[in-house]
Design a protein around this ligand. Structure first.
Ligand SMILES: Cc1cc2nc3c(=O)[nH]c(=O)nc-3n(C[C@H](O)[C@H](O)[C@H](O)COP(=O)(O)O)c2cc1C
Length: 229
């Protein structure tokens, strides 16, 4: 069992996002998961340049920190996306990774894996960041296992840190157990089906323009249905 966590915070392991991830991954390890953490803070994953090579040929023309992260995501059973709240959104570092994963969304490359998200926020207006990240976890094909928020810098306060770390450990254990039991979340099936079928239609409608994606669907998901009629 392998879990890959991606930290979009420039504060690294000393920041709130990093501390929550550390507790989450420690708990996942105790449940038997192998864990791998990628730090995006230094901006080593550059923004997408809209060349569409990923859709046409199946690889990105920008060679940077992205390729080993994508490889790890494809090999993983579980993915954790983590970001600070930056102006009511995810950090630019994490957004760059999501944009560069364009073709992974179209091809539903993470279909059937399990995902969770972590948001660190200065204040209490973080809902749209959490909703966005969970939505993206689902859109790429993962089952949505759970999310958590650490707000107000309280993880640096000895009075509040234990409760936040406990929540992070709970989420890490829940993610690992979902993977181990191949958990199914019935309430997510309709949305998973809709996304899958929209992507199937989109890629088929662009067969000539996006040959890699079309071939990927033919090879991987041609006969796959999320919700049988
Ligand atoms: C550029 C920037 C933008 C931010 N925007 C928001 C915001 O819109 N709302 C909020 O509640 N906190 C905001 N914050 C505060 C961070 O979300 C908060 O400090 C968070 O804990 C940082 O996580 P980290 O320690 O992992 O870097 C912002 C911080 C920075 C540096």
């Amino acid at each position: 069992m392998k879990i890959v966590a991606i930290n979009g915070s420039p504060s690294g392991i000393k920041g709130t996002t990093g501390k929550v991830l550390a507790a989450l991954l420690e708990a996942a390890k105790k449940e038997g998961a192998g864990v791998q953490l990628f730090e995006l803070g230094a901006g080593t994953v550059k923004p997408c340049i809209s060349c569409h090579t990923c859709q046409i040929q199946g690889h990105c023309v920008i060679e940077d920190a992205l390729q080993p992260i994508h490889k790890a995501m494809l090999e993983a059973d579980g993915i954790v996306l983590a970001s600070p709240n930056y102006i009511d959104d995810v950090s630019a570092q994490l957004k760059a990774l999501l944009d560069r994963s364009f073709s992974m969304y179209h091809c539903q490359m993470l279909n059937g894996k399990y995902g969770a998200c972590v948001v660190a926020s200065g204040g209490p207006r973080y809902e749209r960041v959490v909703d966005y990240l969970m939505d993206k976890i689902g859109n790429i094909g993962c089952w949505k296992v759970g999310s958590m928020v650490a707000a107000g810098g309280l993880i640096h306060d000895p009075e509040y840190a234990p409760a936040i770390e406990a929540e992070a450990r709970e989420l890490g254990a829940k993610l690992a157990r979902a993977i181990a039991t191949r958990a199914v979340f019935p309430e997510q099936i309709d949305a998973r089906h809709d996304t899958f079928e929209v992507m199937r239609w989109l890629v088929a409608s662009q067969k000539e323009a996006w040959p890699f994606e079309y071939d990927y669907w033919q090879t991987h998901w041609k006969d796959t249905v999320i919700k049988p009629e």
